[in-house]
Design a protein. Structure first.
Length: 186
């Protein structure tokens, strides 16, 4: 039955605009720093009207939080070995936080002025937890006894965020892997 109303196309114009805006934000943060990014600059770079950004995201913090959330899709999948899976997640987390603007994206994601229904802190923790929980669940299914998610968050994730946010020296891939080694050693 033809209602005369065009069907929405998943992956259509809206998805292209979102991708262009996200790419613009990432590029501008890398080039100028997060504190220099504005809606007009993002709109120019993405080739959209600034009103599109205001209407869709409302604030720059909400836009940056959306970019941070979208990056989670690139996290590595479990490969079937607990140590490797946890190390891969730890190294990926470190790389995401350490990339140009990584801390700014994290701060925007957990900022108090981001839409309340997103509950920034809880949502960020949920996404981090899901990534690591997948490795723990896969290990459990293989008959292993992995550490608890809380142990992973306390002994791997929290130190990574702390080291990056406070720019502590020697926060590199070796450090991320050493956190997993210490966790699994008990």
């Amino acid at each position: 039955m033809d209602t005369g109303i065009p069907a929405r196309r998943p992956g259509g114009r809206s998805s292209r605009i979102r991708a262009a805006v996200h790419d613009a934000v990432v590029a501008l943060v890398a080039e100028h720093g997060a504190d220099q990014v504005t809606f007009p600059a993002v709109a120019r770079r993405a080739g959209v009207n600034p009103s599109t950004l205001y209407r869709r995201w409302g604030t720059l913090a909400a836009l940056m939080a959306d970019v941070a959330e979208d990056r989670t899709a690139a996290a590595p999948e479990p490969v079937g070995h607990l140590r490797t899976d946890l190390e891969n997640q730890a190294v990926w987390t470190l790389a995401e936080l350490s990339r140009p603007g990584g801390v700014a994206f994290f701060r925007a994601e957990v900022a108090s002025d981001v839409d309340e229904r997103r509950a920034g802190l809880r949502e960020c923790l949920r996404r981090v937890s899901v990534r690591f929980q997948a490795a723990l669940d896969a290990a459990r299914e293989r008959g292993e006894e992995p550490p608890s998610l809380e142990q992973v968050l306390d002994r791997v994730v929290a130190p990574l965020y702390f080291h990056v946010v406070f720019s502590l020296p020697d926060t590199d891939e070796t450090y991320a892997r050493s956190l997993v080694t210490a966790l699994l050693a008990g």
